[in-house]
Design a protein around this ligand. Structure first.
Ligand SMILES: NC(=O)c1ccc[n+]([C@@H]2O[C@H](COP(=O)([O-])OP(=O)(O)OC[C@H]3O[C@@H](n4cnc5c(N)ncnc54)[C@H](OP(=O)(O)O)[C@@H]3O)[C@@H](O)[C@H]2O)c1
Length: 338
């Protein structure tokens, strides 16, 4: 197949490109050339900024276009205008942030969607990101047609090259051992999708002309943050590692949130978004590897790259030690103390 990937050279898209090339497809990546310009010499690289310079897409024909980097509906519209009929089917990488919150635990793809207060907004914030993704999805269906559009809504995407470093931070933190602050509650939901599994699946959706809307998430709920950290510990923790579970209320009082503690559902008032029902995707062929395999492979990739624990994501060792000391002091003072 001839597959055009809009983006495709950084993380989520990079794994889609790898999967498409691995499956023997004729791949074109369109990007500005600032990320991964030397990757994928087997692919055709077309260069341009989708915000105004789509000239390189004025020739060429593809069976499917996979769009990984549309954040505003105008970007979908200009792409559709530039490609006309030449782009083939359209597969759009959206997000589980597309839902109106709060969601019902175990929600399906038919749950109510986020709406923008200002549909013309050009600002991406926690409040607008999901509504903008919905607006992109709607533009796609309008312009390419429901019968030629596939929408993929991933939860947290994890794996090698994850520049957000959220999941990787946990793997590498626990791999360093010692006293690990494990933020409660253990039962609070979390989901991830391995970018490599999603990449192969998205390519297979294109190959099979599967259209519709799908979550990309695993495992199916219930799966708690405790399950995740214990799986990471079982896979990478050196001897002597101790996970100390610290109550969410205590951490929130100390100003911690999902911004400061990566992926922490206890610090995210919209944590039920991590309970997406993946059964429609599984029925359509998504088959995520076991979470422990993802953990082991992420750690191996970090070791191979010689990457130190990255600064700027997650608790610093000093902050973690201070919080643990404060928590122990409260525990030692007994349950009736403030
Ligand atoms: N990470 C997550 O946990 C997560 C969760 C849910 C959904 N998502 C969705 O996944 C996608 C993010 O994937 P990614 O960033 O990892 O994808 P990627 O496709 O690997 O990287 C982004 C690509 O877009 C290109 N690009 C960026 N701006 C461009 C522009 N103005 N014109 C042309 N090309 C441009 C970049 O190349 P150049 O720099 O060379 O232009 C790069 O190839 C987003 O749609 C996001 O909403 C991510």
């Amino acid at each position: 197949m001839r597959i055009l990937i809009i983006g495709g050279t950084k993380f989520v898209g990079r794994h889609i490109t790898e999967a498409a090339l691995g499956a023997g497809h004729d791949v074109t990546v369109f990007h500005r050339g600032s990320t991964g310009a030397d990757l994928f010499p087997q692919a055709t690289h077309l260069t341009g900024d989708r915000n105004g310079d789509l000239a390189e897409l004025s020739a060429g024909e593809w069976d499917a276009t996979i769009d990984v980097c549309a954040y505003f509906p105008r970007q979908v519209r200009s792409l559709a205008a530039a490609l006309g009929e030449r782009g083939g089917r359209y597969l759009y990488v959206s997000s589980t942030s597309a839902y109106k919150t709060p969601v019902a635990p175990g929600f399906s793809e038919d749950a109510p969607l986020a709406e923008l207060d200002d549909p013309a907004t050009e600002e991406i914030t926690d409040e607008t990101y999901g509504g903008l993704k919905v607006a992109c999805e709607r533009a796609a269906v309008e312009l390419f047609g429901a019968g030629a559009t596939t929408v993929i809504r991933p939860t947290y995407v994890v794996g090698p090259y994850d520049y957000s470093y959220r999941f990787t931070w946990w793997v590498e933190r626990i791999a360093r051992g010692g006293g690990v602050l494990a933020p409660g509650g253990k039962e609070d939901p979390i989901q991830v999708i391995d970018a490599r599994d999603m990449g192969r699946w998205i390519v297979s959706l294109a190959e099979r002309s599967v259209t519709g809307i799908f979550h990309a998430a695993s495992p199916p709920p219930p799966f708690g943050f405790g399950d995740l950290l214990e799986a990471i510990a079982a896979e990478v923790a050196p001897a002597g590692t101790r996970l100390t579970w610290v109550e969410a209320d205590f951490l929130r009082e100390f100003g911690e949130s999902a911004e400061t503690i990566p992926l922490w559902p206890g610090g995210d008032s919209e944590r039920d978004i991590n309970t997406a029902d993946p059964s429609r995707a599984y029925a359509a062929g998504l088959s995520p590897r076991p979470i422990r395999q993802t953990i082991a492979e992420v750690h191996a990739a970090e070791l191979a790259a010689g990457s130190p624990l990255r600064e700027g994501v997650g608790l610093t060792p000093e902050r973690e030690a201070d919080l643990l000391a404060a928590w122990r002091a409260i525990q030692a003072a007994g349950p009736h103390q403030p």
